[in-house]
Design a protein around this ligand. Structure first.
Ligand code: ZN
Length: 614
């Protein structure tokens, strides 16, 4: 038998949501082979303990049962065996997210980190997997979509797939079912998009045409014209549901969850009309695709040294997620502009939204994006009602740091250089394996000198203030150089309780209390159910509108009596209403544009192909 780890995966109980997995090792460790399932999935920084979904597990060798001992929550050890060792186990798959596994009569989806036990010390061996169809004749039309290379399986068919090692095996999610499928080429390599879920009148041609423009823009950004992208093939695995949003990046594919109404509808516009600009929902979906595709370079290949390799059983700490998630969030929408899918005004709305999101909470004054990165495992990924007052979002603030850095470099180099040069130097320096085939990750202190080198500028103060520190970004001043002005709507601020509200059944619940606002001062808390304001009932159908209507007869400074339930106890609070301080920054093109300013903005927002770095 070939020296490889061999798995089979069978959707064995669609109604019970069980995948049956078998795993055979030709030469298990003579000391008793260890097996473990990852505790987390790369790209999503939370300990998820996937092993809790293993329902039953048995080992055998040469036809005889082999004892298995559970060593910790993720780990089993088999008794020593001299012959090939086989494990057989069932995995419960009922998590319709991009991070886990899901199986029913409509489709199956899995990440390898949910299904494939890792044979300790044998990760470097080739890993092969036979993906088997369900036995149910109703599933006879099922196909397979994955970027995992085929061994003997036909393209989109059941059969044997292969990976060079465990790390590669679990980096290719697999979809099986009756998905809609389309293919296109970008940068000289084949791309596919598979859409699972009921999406009436999906305009696949429009989707393919727009994705192709996005992918071409990304490839042109990182690669010289003569070079192909680093993957042989790329697959977008899209699951459309009534209401959902999420994406996870992989080296040659991405798993995406979206709402079906995010996707384009056939027949709009009429064929003779030029394609309409994407509506906001579709634009958000394209932004998500753009984000995950950018990750094929930035995080899947350019990686923090802390992830090279990943310790899949424990938290992996890095202060650099502002670079891997924040800068990717900057380029995701920017690439839509550069590929012509977003006009300047729509792009300015995206930036305004990000500015308003970051400025909403006081968490930005307490936590830097570097600290937020490091603590992602316990804070960003485990947000509670106090998150807005305690943490900063390294995606959103990180995207604004990238914007500020890009504009700063452009201004200080008279538009000779930009953040694009920094990303390309990062790719050249850290994106490819060295002579010995080892992928060197970027060290925690190596990013600053690299961006300084690419820009030819001293940027230490910038990173000290905005990445390691919590200084407010001075974006308005930077944007002026590109003919963009920031304004807030005029008018007297309305009276407010400074809370975020949510509907809870027929009730109006406080979801978050903004620090130092009117509700905070009055002693109201997240979770309280608002009953009445000055004796008038608060209804829960549309909480924001209901409270706004009740407060419309008051001004900031007025005192009101609030009745609210905390748990099941009715309480009264005296609240001094405060001005509504929801940030409403608005960016727009300024009226007077000099030719130099227009040129600078075009250089920033117009596509350019990758240049050979000196
Ligand atoms: Zn991301």
């Amino acid at each position: 038998m070939e020296d490889a780890v061999f798995y089979t995966v069978t959707p064995c109980d669609l109604a019970g949501h069980l995948f049956r997995v078998s795993m055979t090792l030709p030469a298990p460790s003579p000391d008793g082979q260890l097996f473990m399932l990852p505790a987390w999935i790369p790209g999503s920084y939370l300990i998820r303990e996937f092993a809790r979904n293993i329902v039953q597990i048995h080992a055998s060798s040469a036809g005889k049962a082999v004892p298995l001992e559970k060593r910790d929550k993720h780990t089993w050890q088999a008794a020593p065996a001299s012959e090939p060792l086989t494990l057989e186990y069932d995995v419960y798959a009922w998590d319709l997210s991009v991070r886990g596994a899901h199986l029913d009569k409509t489709h199956g989806f899995f990440n390898g980190s949910s299904l494939f036990l890792r044979a300790a010390s044998l990760e470097h061996l080739p890993h092969r997997v036979e993906i088997c169809p369900p036995a149910d004749p109703a599933c006879a039309g099922w196909r397979v979509a994955t970027a995992l290379p085929e061994e003997s399986a036909p393209r989109h068919g059941f059969g044997i797939y292969r990976a060079s090692g465990y790390d590669e095996l679990i980096d290719h999610p697999v979809e099986m079912g009756t998905f809609a499928l389309a293919t296109f080429e970008a940068g000289g390599i084949p791309h596919e998009v598979a859409v699972t879920g009921r999406v009436p009148n999906l305009d696949m041609d429009r989707l393919v045409s727009d994705l192709s423009r996005i992918c071409t823009a990304h490839i042109g950004f990182f690669e010289p014209v003569s070079k192909k992208p680093p993957m042989a093939r790329y697959v977008f695995l899209v699951t459309a549901v009534g209401n959902g949003y999420g994406g996870l990046e992989h080296r040659a594919s991405t798993a995406l969850l979206c709402s079906r109404n995010d996707l384009p509808v056939l027949g709009r516009p009429l064929p003779e009309e030029p394609p309409a600009a994407p509506d906001e929902a579709y634009q958000n979906f394209l932004g998500l695709c753009s984000h995950e595709y950018f990750h094929a370079w930035n995080v899947k290949r350019i990686r923090p040294a802390a992830f090279s390799p990943c310790d899949l059983q424990n938290e992996n700490y890095t202060r650099l997620l502002w670079l891997f998630e924040g800068f990717t969030s900057y380029y995701d929408d920017l690439m839509l502009v550069r590929s012509g899918l977003l006009d300047v005004n729509a792009y300015l709305r995206c930036i305004s939204r990000a500015i308003n999101n970051v400025k909403r909470g006081t968490g930005r004054k307490k936590q830097s994006v570097a600290e937020s990165s490091f603590d992602a495992w316990i804070k960003f990924y485990r947000q509670d009602e106090n998150a807005t007052n305690a943490i900063v979002n390294y995606y959103t603030k990180g995207s604004l740091v990238a914007l500020a850095l890009d504009l700063t470099i452009r201004i200080r180099t008279n538009n000779e250089r930009s953040l694009d040069d920094g990303m390309r130097l990062l790719w050249q320096r850290y994106g490819k394996p060295d002579q010995s085939g080892v992928q060197q990750g970027i060290g925690e202190t190596e990013a600053v000198p690299l961006f300084e080198e690419a820009a030819g500028l001293d940027l230490k103060d910038f990173f000290r203030r905005y990445v390691d520190g919590t200084d407010e970004l001075q974006l308005a001043h930077l944007l002026e150089h590109f003919g963009i002005r920031e304004s807030s709507p005029p008018g007297k601020p309305k009276a407010s309780l400074n809370v975020r509200l949510q509907r809870a059944g027929g009730d109006c619940r406080i979801a978050a209390v903004y620090e130092w606002g009117a509700a905070h001062a009055a002693g109201l808390a997240a979770g309280d159910i608002l009953v009445a304001i000055d004796g008038l009932r608060v209804t829960g159908e549309k909480p924001d509108a209901a409270v706004e209507k009740l407060l419309s007869r008051y001004a900031p400074g007025h005192t009101v009596t609030i009745h609210a339930f905390r748990h099941d106890e009715l309480m009264a609070f005296e609240a001094v209403l405060a001005p509504d301080d929801t940030p409403r920054h608005h960016l727009s093109l300024s009226a007077d544009q000099t030719p130099a300013i227009t040129l600078a903005r075009q250089a920033w927002l117009t596509p350019e192909t990758a240049r050979e770095l000196p």
